[in-house]
Design a protein around this ligand. Structure first.
Ligand code: PLP
Length: 449
């Protein structure tokens, strides 16, 4: 089929996620047809460096035959059976064991879901159930953060702090509060990063006191905010949050959907920041995005209560631990271990990206260049003032579109440009990424001048 035919059919029948339907109908979609390594190809013959790993998920890169083999072998053997009631199947059991071996030592159970959003729905139900079983059923409030992303289901969007999603969402799930995010460049530049990190932790404590400790069930946060703009918190933030949480009996939920599976140079972002979460929602990199699967890693404290006192947990999804998805995830974890992918991010390509990415800070359009492991961001500013551009100029969107034209997928969140490339990216490919980003910045600067 030709590009124009695809575009027409797409326009006529397909409502895309997170898309302005009318704008898409006017502009037409990009048809991605195949991919290998860190490159995608479109129907018009362009080869594009995918610095977003799809949607932060294709950690092992495209075209891994071993993952295709794992899926097909499992589909032949047992394409579907569920894990409901008292059944299971080998891939789900093996994956559960493998995951718990990689997770922090106090996490020895996993509940499978089909996605990160379903994982966060599961989190919400688990924390409230846990406290009810502990005889503290008033503990229902969950504190999350402004501009956090926890998914698109009603619970996911309620936990998330995305203002435009809340504006469209109608009534959200009750008893979820939001506190300020540790976004120094965006909200804290009148003070030092460390002072700002402590202020954000203090805001969490103030919210706990306002709601009453006896009413607060959990605090949920991403180690590094992804969709909010690759926001790496100031060094002081997580230690200060840990201190606050230690003063009160409140569960910690660390959303590892993006940071899990090597993105920050450890198996989990929680390990990088020395956190001991009670629950960790996971997805994306778990299967390198080859098949949809998510889950919640459950700490012993919660698991013991749910198991010993909970009776039946009336919760689950048809595709919880789907055999083919579980087989692919298992193979993905095996490959990551065999190839030392996580160590490579920590000791080699992560530091190399940091060094190369930092050179972009000297570009007139860049107010800040930050990265950690293989996640990074550039803050676009007006060279004349060093401050943000007027929103109406759409500098970020312009830069994103120019990136595409230059053969680079770099996403924009407002005027923040973000990257999260496949973890298998090489040093030479990082050089190419940074070169393409610089070219796109030059072109963006020319067009905005
Ligand atoms: N949590 C975080 C931190 C995410 O970034 C995402 C997706 O981007 C989700 C949850 C939702 O995952 P899914 O899109 O698989 O439902």
């Amino acid at each position: 089929m030709q590009t124009q035919t695809y575009r027409q059919l797409d326009r006529d029948h397909h409502l895309h996620p997170f898309t302005d339907f009318k704008a898409l109908a006017e502009e037409g979609s990009r048809i991605v047809t195949h991919a290998e390594g860190i490159y995608i190809h479109d129907s018009e013959g362009h080869r594009i460096l995918d610095a977003m790993a799809g949607l932060w998920c294709v950690n092992l890169g495209y075209g891994r035959e071993e993952l295709v083999e794992a899926a097909t072998a499992q589909l032949r053997e047992l394409p579907y059976y569920n894990n409901f009631f008292k059944s299971t199947h080998p891939p789900a059991v093996k994956l559960a064991e493998a995951l718990c071996r990689l997770a922090p030592p106090h996490m020895n159970r996993v509940f499978f879901t089909g996605s990160g959003s379903e994982a966060n729905d599961t989190v919400l139900r688990m924390v409230r159930r846990y406290w009810a079983l502990e005889g503290k059923s008033d503990k229902q409030w969950v504190i999350a953060r402004d501009n956090a992303y926890h998914g698109s289901t009603v619970a996911g969007l309620s936990l998330g702090g995305m203002a435009p999603m809340h504006a469209q969402g109608g009534p959200t799930v009750p008893k979820i509060a939001h506190v300020r995010q540790p976004y120094w460049f965006g909200e804290g530049r009148d003070t030092s990063p460390d002072a700002f990190g402590r202020e954000c932790a203090a805001a969490l404590e103030a919210k706990i006191l306002e709601l009453g400790e006896e009413n607060v069930a959990a605090f949920i946060a991403e180690p590094v905010q992804g969709a909010g703009g690759a926001i790496i918190p100031p060094q002081s933030y997580w230690p200060a949050v840990k201190e606050v949480l230690a003063r009160y009996d409140i569960l910690l939920v660390v959303d590892e959907v993006i940071c899990g599976f090597g993105r920050l140079g450890e198996w989990f972002g929680s390990v990088h920041y020395g956190l001991e979460p009670d629950l960790m929602p996971i997805a994306k990199g778990l299967s390198s995005g080859y098949l949809p699967i998510g889950g919640v890693l459950v700490g012993d404290r919660i698991a013991e209560t749910l198991i010993e006192r909970g009776g039946e947990f009336f919760h689950g999804f048809t595709y919880s631990g789907h055999p083919a998805c579980a087989a692919v995830a298992l193979k993905n974890l095996e490959l990551m271990q065999a190839e030392g992918i996580v160590e490579r991010v920590r000791d080699d390509v992560g530091p190399y990206l940091a060094e190369r990415w930092a050179t972009l800070a000297g570009h007139p359009l860049v107010g800040e260049a930050r990265s950690l492991g293989l996640i990074g961001a550039l803050e676009l500013v007006d060279p004349a003032t060093g401050e943000r551009f007027a929103k109406s100029l759409g500098a970020g969107t312009l830069c994103r579109d120019i990136c595409f034209d230059h053969g680079l997928v770099m996403r924009s969140v407002g005027d923040t440009m973000i990257i999260s490339p496949p973890l298998v990216i090489t040093r030479a490919e990082i050089d190419e990424l940074v070169r393409l980003a610089r070219e796109a910045l030059d072109e963006t600067a020319r067009r905005l001048a």
